[in-house]
Design a protein around this ligand. Sequence first.
Ligand code: FES
Ligand SMILES: [Fe+2]
Length: 390
Amino acid sequence: MATLSTHKKSRGRHAPAKKTSARGTTKKKTIPTVQPASGLADRQTPLIRNCWYVLDWAADVKRKLKNRMVLNQDLVYFRNKAGHVTVLQNRCGHRCFPLHRSKLHKEDDTIQCGYHGLTYGIDGTCVKIPSAMDLDPSYVKIQSYPVVEKGPMIWIWAGDPEIADPAMVPDYNWLMDGDWGYGDGFYHVKGNYLQIHENLMDITHFQYLHGAALGTPKHAESKVEVTVDGNTVNNYRINRGEGVPELHKKASGLGDAEIIRHANSTFITPGFHDAKALFEDPLGTNNGRTEYRPQILHFITPETQYTSLYWWIFARDFSPDNKKLDQIYSRATRSVFEEDKDAIEWIEDQWARDDRPGFRENHVPSDEGAVRMRRIVYKLAAAEAREAGA
Ligand code: FES
Ligand SMILES: [Fe+2]
Protein backbone atom coordinates (compact mmCIF):
# COMPACT_ATOMS: atom_id res chain seq x y z
CA MET A 1 0.00 0.00 0.00
CA ALA A 2 1.41 3.42 -0.90
CA THR A 3 2.28 5.48 2.12
CA LEU A 4 4.49 8.13 0.55
CA SER A 5 4.08 11.41 2.29
CA THR A 6 2.79 14.59 0.70
CA HIS A 7 4.61 17.73 1.72
CA LYS A 8 2.11 20.48 1.26
CA LYS A 9 3.10 24.06 1.79
CA SER A 10 0.53 25.86 3.89
CA ARG A 11 -0.84 28.93 2.16
CA GLY A 12 -1.13 31.96 4.39
CA ARG A 13 -3.47 34.85 3.71
CA HIS A 14 -0.86 36.60 1.60
CA ALA A 15 0.32 33.55 -0.28
CA PRO A 16 0.21 33.84 -4.08
CA ALA A 17 -2.82 32.41 -5.83
CA LYS A 18 -2.61 28.71 -6.67
CA LYS A 19 -1.65 27.84 -10.26
CA THR A 20 -4.54 26.82 -12.48
CA SER A 21 -4.11 23.80 -14.73
CA ALA A 22 -5.29 23.50 -18.34
CA ARG A 23 -8.41 21.77 -17.06
CA GLY A 24 -9.21 24.72 -14.82
CA THR A 25 -8.29 22.90 -11.62
CA THR A 26 -5.68 23.69 -9.00
CA LYS A 27 -2.36 21.83 -8.81
CA LYS A 28 -0.90 20.74 -5.49
CA LYS A 29 2.84 21.15 -5.08
CA THR A 30 4.49 18.03 -3.76
CA ILE A 31 8.07 17.00 -3.17
CA PRO A 32 8.99 13.51 -4.39
CA THR A 33 10.39 11.39 -1.57
CA VAL A 34 11.03 7.72 -0.90
CA GLN A 35 9.56 6.77 2.47
CA PRO A 36 11.14 3.71 4.10
CA ALA A 37 7.78 2.46 5.39
CA SER A 38 6.28 2.32 1.92
CA GLY A 39 7.13 -0.33 -0.66
CA LEU A 40 5.03 0.66 -3.60
CA ALA A 41 5.97 3.42 -6.04
CA ASP A 42 3.35 6.04 -6.81
CA ARG A 43 3.14 9.34 -8.63
CA GLN A 44 5.34 11.04 -6.04
CA THR A 45 8.17 8.53 -6.11
CA PRO A 46 11.38 10.11 -7.43
CA LEU A 47 11.96 9.42 -11.12
CA ILE A 48 14.38 6.61 -11.96
CA ARG A 49 17.48 8.13 -13.53
CA ASN A 50 19.64 5.13 -14.33
CA CYS A 51 17.63 3.87 -17.25
CA TRP A 52 17.46 4.30 -21.02
CA TYR A 53 14.52 6.45 -22.13
CA VAL A 54 13.29 7.39 -25.57
CA LEU A 55 13.96 10.99 -26.53
CA ASP A 56 12.45 11.21 -30.01
CA TRP A 57 11.70 9.44 -33.28
CA ALA A 58 15.00 9.01 -35.13
CA ALA A 59 13.42 10.39 -38.32
CA ASP A 60 12.51 13.62 -36.52
CA VAL A 61 16.07 14.51 -35.48
CA LYS A 62 17.76 16.47 -38.24
CA ARG A 63 20.56 18.98 -38.69
CA LYS A 64 18.83 21.60 -36.56
CA LEU A 65 18.43 22.27 -32.85
CA LYS A 66 15.47 20.79 -30.99
CA ASN A 67 14.70 20.80 -27.32
CA ARG A 68 12.75 18.56 -25.00
CA MET A 69 12.42 18.09 -21.25
CA VAL A 70 13.29 14.62 -19.92
CA LEU A 71 13.28 13.77 -16.19
CA ASN A 72 12.97 17.46 -15.34
CA GLN A 73 16.07 18.30 -17.38
CA ASP A 74 15.89 20.51 -20.44
CA LEU A 75 17.88 19.04 -23.34
CA VAL A 76 19.03 20.42 -26.68
CA TYR A 77 19.77 17.96 -29.48
CA PHE A 78 20.55 17.65 -33.16
CA ARG A 79 22.01 15.25 -35.72
CA ASN A 80 25.70 15.96 -36.21
CA LYS A 81 27.86 15.80 -39.38
CA ALA A 82 28.73 12.16 -38.74
CA GLY A 83 25.01 11.33 -38.67
CA HIS A 84 24.92 10.65 -34.90
CA VAL A 85 22.63 12.42 -32.48
CA THR A 86 24.23 14.83 -30.00
CA VAL A 87 22.33 15.60 -26.78
CA LEU A 88 23.46 18.37 -24.41
CA GLN A 89 21.97 20.28 -21.51
CA ASN A 90 19.83 23.07 -22.88
CA ARG A 91 21.32 25.69 -20.62
CA CYS A 92 24.40 27.73 -21.32
CA GLY A 93 27.09 27.31 -18.67
CA HIS A 94 27.56 31.09 -18.50
CA ARG A 95 24.20 32.72 -17.73
CA CYS A 96 21.73 29.91 -18.51
CA PHE A 97 20.53 31.06 -21.93
CA PRO A 98 18.55 28.24 -23.62
CA LEU A 99 20.79 26.76 -26.29
CA HIS A 100 17.98 25.68 -28.60
CA ARG A 101 17.51 29.43 -29.20
CA SER A 102 21.14 29.70 -30.24
CA LYS A 103 23.07 28.97 -33.42
CA LEU A 104 24.17 25.57 -34.69
CA HIS A 105 27.34 25.94 -36.79
CA LYS A 106 26.91 23.02 -39.17
CA GLU A 107 30.49 23.15 -40.50
CA ASP A 108 31.96 22.05 -37.15
CA ASP A 109 28.91 20.91 -35.10
CA THR A 110 29.29 23.64 -32.48
CA ILE A 111 26.50 25.53 -30.76
CA GLN A 112 27.11 29.23 -30.25
CA CYS A 113 25.07 30.66 -27.41
CA GLY A 114 22.67 33.36 -28.57
CA TYR A 115 23.48 35.61 -25.58
CA HIS A 116 27.26 36.20 -25.30
CA GLY A 117 28.51 33.72 -27.90
CA LEU A 118 30.15 31.02 -25.76
CA THR A 119 30.53 28.09 -28.14
CA TYR A 120 30.24 24.39 -27.29
CA GLY A 121 31.47 21.25 -29.04
CA ILE A 122 29.51 18.01 -29.23
CA ASP A 123 30.99 16.75 -25.96
CA GLY A 124 29.71 19.86 -24.13
CA THR A 125 33.13 21.48 -23.68
CA CYS A 126 33.31 25.19 -24.39
CA VAL A 127 35.66 25.88 -27.30
CA LYS A 128 35.36 29.65 -27.51
CA ILE A 129 34.65 32.63 -25.25
CA PRO A 130 34.43 35.58 -27.68
CA SER A 131 35.04 38.21 -25.00
CA ALA A 132 38.18 36.42 -23.70
CA MET A 133 39.96 34.91 -26.70
CA ASP A 134 43.25 34.62 -24.78
CA LEU A 135 41.66 32.31 -22.23
CA ASP A 136 41.49 28.50 -22.43
CA PRO A 137 37.66 28.14 -22.63
CA SER A 138 37.54 24.47 -21.66
CA TYR A 139 36.92 25.22 -17.97
CA VAL A 140 33.28 25.83 -19.00
CA LYS A 141 31.46 22.56 -19.63
CA ILE A 142 27.85 21.58 -20.04
CA GLN A 143 26.46 18.09 -19.57
CA SER A 144 26.41 15.75 -22.55
CA TYR A 145 24.22 12.64 -22.55
CA PRO A 146 24.91 9.10 -23.78
CA VAL A 147 22.75 8.37 -26.83
CA VAL A 148 21.77 5.20 -28.70
CA GLU A 149 19.90 5.17 -31.99
CA LYS A 150 18.06 1.90 -32.52
CA GLY A 151 15.72 1.50 -35.46
CA PRO A 152 13.06 4.21 -35.36
CA MET A 153 13.91 5.47 -31.84
CA ILE A 154 16.56 7.67 -30.19
CA TRP A 155 17.37 6.67 -26.59
CA ILE A 156 19.20 8.68 -23.96
CA TRP A 157 20.61 7.97 -20.53
CA ALA A 158 19.93 10.72 -17.99
CA GLY A 159 21.62 8.96 -15.05
CA ASP A 160 25.23 8.24 -14.10
CA PRO A 161 27.11 8.19 -17.45
CA GLU A 162 29.68 5.76 -15.99
CA ILE A 163 27.10 2.97 -16.00
CA ALA A 164 25.33 3.80 -19.29
CA ASP A 165 25.50 0.47 -21.10
CA PRO A 166 24.11 0.52 -24.67
CA ALA A 167 23.47 -3.23 -24.36
CA MET A 168 20.73 -2.38 -21.83
CA VAL A 169 18.60 -0.61 -24.44
CA PRO A 170 15.55 -2.86 -24.77
CA ASP A 171 15.70 -5.48 -27.51
CA TYR A 172 13.28 -4.98 -30.41
CA ASN A 173 15.68 -5.89 -33.19
CA TRP A 174 13.03 -8.14 -34.73
CA LEU A 175 11.11 -5.00 -35.75
CA MET A 176 13.81 -4.14 -38.27
CA ASP A 177 14.06 -7.59 -39.91
CA GLY A 178 11.58 -6.76 -42.69
CA ASP A 179 8.84 -9.21 -41.62
CA TRP A 180 6.79 -6.63 -39.77
CA GLY A 181 4.60 -3.70 -40.70
CA TYR A 182 3.61 -1.10 -38.14
CA GLY A 183 1.58 1.95 -37.30
CA ASP A 184 2.81 4.36 -34.67
CA GLY A 185 1.98 7.44 -32.64
CA PHE A 186 2.93 9.81 -29.87
CA TYR A 187 1.10 11.50 -27.04
CA HIS A 188 2.11 14.04 -24.45
CA VAL A 189 0.32 12.87 -21.30
CA LYS A 190 -0.47 15.11 -18.35
CA GLY A 191 0.10 12.36 -15.83
CA ASN A 192 2.89 10.58 -13.99
CA TYR A 193 4.62 7.91 -16.13
CA LEU A 194 3.74 5.08 -13.71
CA GLN A 195 0.11 5.58 -14.55
CA ILE A 196 0.90 4.72 -18.16
CA HIS A 197 2.74 1.58 -17.03
CA GLU A 198 -0.10 0.63 -14.74
CA ASN A 199 -2.63 1.12 -17.54
CA LEU A 200 -0.57 -1.21 -19.73
CA MET A 201 -0.33 -3.88 -17.03
CA ASP A 202 -4.09 -3.89 -16.70
CA ILE A 203 -6.22 -5.69 -19.26
CA THR A 204 -9.43 -5.49 -17.27
CA HIS A 205 -10.06 -1.95 -18.49
CA PHE A 206 -10.21 -2.99 -22.19
CA GLN A 207 -13.88 -3.79 -22.27
CA TYR A 208 -14.95 -0.81 -20.18
CA LEU A 209 -12.71 2.00 -21.38
CA HIS A 210 -12.25 0.92 -25.00
CA GLY A 211 -15.32 -1.21 -25.71
CA ALA A 212 -15.22 -3.64 -28.62
CA ALA A 213 -12.13 -2.14 -30.31
CA LEU A 214 -9.81 -4.12 -28.04
CA GLY A 215 -11.89 -5.94 -25.48
CA THR A 216 -14.30 -8.77 -25.31
CA PRO A 217 -16.19 -9.54 -22.06
CA LYS A 218 -14.38 -12.87 -21.94
CA HIS A 219 -11.07 -11.08 -22.13
CA ALA A 220 -11.82 -8.86 -19.14
CA GLU A 221 -12.80 -11.87 -17.05
CA SER A 222 -9.90 -14.10 -18.03
CA LYS A 223 -7.44 -15.19 -15.40
CA VAL A 224 -4.05 -13.52 -15.53
CA GLU A 225 -0.85 -15.31 -14.66
CA VAL A 226 1.80 -12.98 -13.28
CA THR A 227 5.48 -13.85 -13.30
CA VAL A 228 8.37 -11.75 -12.04
CA ASP A 229 11.85 -12.25 -13.40
CA GLY A 230 14.41 -9.87 -11.90
CA ASN A 231 13.02 -6.41 -12.55
CA THR A 232 10.56 -7.48 -15.24
CA VAL A 233 6.92 -8.37 -14.67
CA ASN A 234 4.86 -10.34 -17.16
CA ASN A 235 1.08 -10.73 -17.32
CA TYR A 236 -0.09 -13.68 -19.40
CA ARG A 237 -3.55 -14.90 -20.22
CA ILE A 238 -5.11 -17.24 -22.71
CA ASN A 239 -8.66 -17.24 -24.01
CA ARG A 240 -10.07 -20.05 -26.11
CA GLY A 241 -12.95 -19.72 -28.53
CA GLU A 242 -12.85 -15.96 -28.58
CA GLY A 243 -13.70 -13.61 -31.47
CA VAL A 244 -10.97 -11.43 -32.99
CA PRO A 245 -11.00 -7.84 -31.61
CA GLU A 246 -12.59 -5.38 -34.08
CA LEU A 247 -9.28 -3.66 -34.74
CA HIS A 248 -7.72 -6.80 -36.26
CA LYS A 249 -10.71 -8.44 -37.96
CA LYS A 250 -10.15 -7.08 -41.45
CA ALA A 251 -6.40 -6.57 -41.27
CA SER A 252 -5.74 -10.18 -40.30
CA GLY A 253 -8.37 -11.57 -42.69
CA LEU A 254 -9.73 -13.60 -39.75
CA GLY A 255 -13.12 -11.86 -39.76
CA ASP A 256 -15.51 -13.63 -37.41
CA ALA A 257 -13.36 -16.72 -36.90
CA GLU A 258 -13.04 -18.02 -33.34
CA ILE A 259 -9.45 -17.99 -32.16
CA ILE A 260 -7.25 -18.88 -29.24
CA ARG A 261 -5.89 -15.59 -27.98
CA HIS A 262 -2.63 -15.49 -26.02
CA ALA A 263 -1.57 -12.16 -24.61
CA ASN A 264 1.56 -11.10 -22.75
CA SER A 265 2.14 -7.62 -21.44
CA THR A 266 5.51 -7.07 -19.88
CA PHE A 267 7.05 -4.29 -17.84
CA ILE A 268 10.66 -4.35 -18.99
CA THR A 269 12.10 -1.10 -17.60
CA PRO A 270 10.68 2.22 -16.31
CA GLY A 271 11.06 3.42 -19.93
CA PHE A 272 9.67 0.46 -21.84
CA HIS A 273 6.72 -1.92 -21.90
CA ASP A 274 6.28 -4.74 -24.42
CA ALA A 275 2.84 -6.18 -25.28
CA LYS A 276 2.80 -9.35 -27.39
CA ALA A 277 -0.24 -11.24 -28.59
CA LEU A 278 -0.65 -14.46 -30.54
CA PHE A 279 -3.90 -15.30 -32.31
CA GLU A 280 -4.16 -19.00 -33.08
CA ASP A 281 -6.65 -20.11 -35.68
CA PRO A 282 -6.36 -23.92 -35.77
CA LEU A 283 -8.84 -24.10 -38.67
CA GLY A 284 -6.68 -21.90 -40.89
CA THR A 285 -9.65 -19.75 -41.99
CA ASN A 286 -7.46 -17.38 -43.98
CA ASN A 287 -5.64 -19.46 -46.63
CA GLY A 288 -4.49 -22.02 -44.11
CA ARG A 289 -2.59 -19.57 -41.93
CA THR A 290 -2.81 -20.52 -38.26
CA GLU A 291 -0.77 -17.86 -36.36
CA TYR A 292 -0.96 -14.07 -36.27
CA ARG A 293 1.17 -11.83 -34.10
CA PRO A 294 0.26 -8.28 -33.16
CA GLN A 295 2.88 -6.68 -30.89
CA ILE A 296 2.94 -3.23 -29.34
CA LEU A 297 6.09 -1.48 -28.16
CA HIS A 298 5.39 1.24 -25.60
CA PHE A 299 8.12 3.82 -24.96
CA ILE A 300 7.44 5.85 -21.83
CA THR A 301 9.59 8.77 -20.73
CA PRO A 302 8.93 10.92 -17.68
CA GLU A 303 9.04 14.53 -18.85
CA THR A 304 8.50 15.89 -15.34
CA GLN A 305 7.18 14.28 -12.18
CA TYR A 306 3.60 14.72 -13.36
CA THR A 307 3.85 14.75 -17.15
CA SER A 308 5.04 12.07 -19.57
CA LEU A 309 6.09 11.46 -23.16
CA TYR A 310 4.57 8.36 -24.70
CA TRP A 311 5.41 6.79 -28.07
CA TRP A 312 4.11 3.51 -29.39
CA ILE A 313 4.68 1.20 -32.31
CA PHE A 314 1.88 -1.21 -33.18
CA ALA A 315 3.53 -3.97 -35.19
CA ARG A 316 2.00 -6.97 -36.95
CA ASP A 317 3.41 -9.95 -38.82
CA PHE A 318 0.42 -10.15 -41.17
CA SER A 319 0.34 -8.08 -44.38
CA PRO A 320 3.61 -6.39 -43.36
CA ASP A 321 4.03 -4.53 -46.66
CA ASN A 322 0.57 -3.04 -46.72
CA LYS A 323 1.24 0.68 -46.11
CA LYS A 324 -2.47 1.42 -45.97
CA LEU A 325 -2.72 -0.95 -43.02
CA ASP A 326 0.10 0.98 -41.30
CA GLN A 327 -2.05 4.08 -41.54
CA ILE A 328 -5.17 2.26 -40.38
CA TYR A 329 -3.31 0.95 -37.32
CA SER A 330 -1.86 4.39 -36.58
CA ARG A 331 -5.31 5.95 -36.73
CA ALA A 332 -7.08 3.22 -34.80
CA THR A 333 -4.50 3.01 -32.02
CA ARG A 334 -4.42 6.79 -31.72
CA SER A 335 -8.12 6.86 -30.93
CA VAL A 336 -7.87 3.87 -28.53
CA PHE A 337 -4.85 5.31 -26.73
CA GLU A 338 -6.51 8.68 -26.51
CA GLU A 339 -9.04 6.98 -24.24
CA ASP A 340 -6.16 5.75 -22.05
CA LYS A 341 -4.59 9.20 -22.09
CA ASP A 342 -7.89 10.78 -21.06
CA ALA A 343 -8.36 8.26 -18.24
CA ILE A 344 -4.80 8.85 -16.98
CA GLU A 345 -5.22 12.64 -17.10
CA TRP A 346 -8.58 12.51 -15.33
CA ILE A 347 -7.06 10.34 -12.59
CA GLU A 348 -4.04 12.65 -12.28
CA ASP A 349 -6.47 15.54 -12.02
CA GLN A 350 -8.34 13.77 -9.21
CA TRP A 351 -5.10 13.34 -7.27
CA ALA A 352 -4.26 17.00 -7.77
CA ARG A 353 -7.72 18.42 -7.09
CA ASP A 354 -9.50 16.25 -4.55
CA ASP A 355 -8.09 16.92 -1.09
CA ARG A 356 -8.82 13.71 0.80
CA PRO A 357 -5.87 13.08 3.11
CA GLY A 358 -6.89 9.62 4.27
CA PHE A 359 -7.45 8.24 0.79
CA ARG A 360 -5.73 4.94 0.01
CA GLU A 361 -6.10 2.99 -3.22
CA ASN A 362 -7.75 -0.42 -2.84
CA HIS A 363 -6.29 -3.19 -4.94
CA VAL A 364 -8.20 -6.01 -6.61
CA PRO A 365 -6.65 -9.36 -7.59
CA SER A 366 -6.15 -8.36 -11.23
CA ASP A 367 -3.84 -5.53 -10.05
CA GLU A 368 -1.20 -8.06 -9.10
CA GLY A 369 1.07 -7.33 -12.07
CA ALA A 370 0.78 -3.58 -11.61
CA VAL A 371 1.45 -3.81 -7.88
CA ARG A 372 4.53 -5.95 -8.49
CA MET A 373 5.73 -3.42 -11.07
CA ARG A 374 5.25 -0.59 -8.58
CA ARG A 375 7.23 -2.55 -5.96
CA ILE A 376 10.13 -2.92 -8.39
CA VAL A 377 10.09 0.78 -9.26
CA TYR A 378 9.98 1.60 -5.55
CA LYS A 379 13.09 -0.52 -4.94
CA LEU A 380 14.90 1.12 -7.87
CA ALA A 381 14.01 4.58 -6.53
CA ALA A 382 15.10 3.65 -3.01
CA ALA A 383 18.43 2.32 -4.34
CA GLU A 384 19.04 5.54 -6.30
CA ALA A 385 18.15 7.63 -3.24
CA ARG A 386 20.66 5.60 -1.15
CA GLU A 387 23.37 6.07 -3.77
CA ALA A 388 22.68 9.80 -3.97
CA GLY A 389 22.98 10.04 -0.18
CA ALA A 390 26.13 7.92 -0.01
S1 FES B 1 24.50 33.07 -21.38
FE1 FES B 1 25.40 31.92 -22.94
S2 FES B 1 27.16 33.05 -23.41
FE2 FES B 1 26.29 34.15 -21.78
FE1 LIG C 1 -6.05 0.90 -22.71
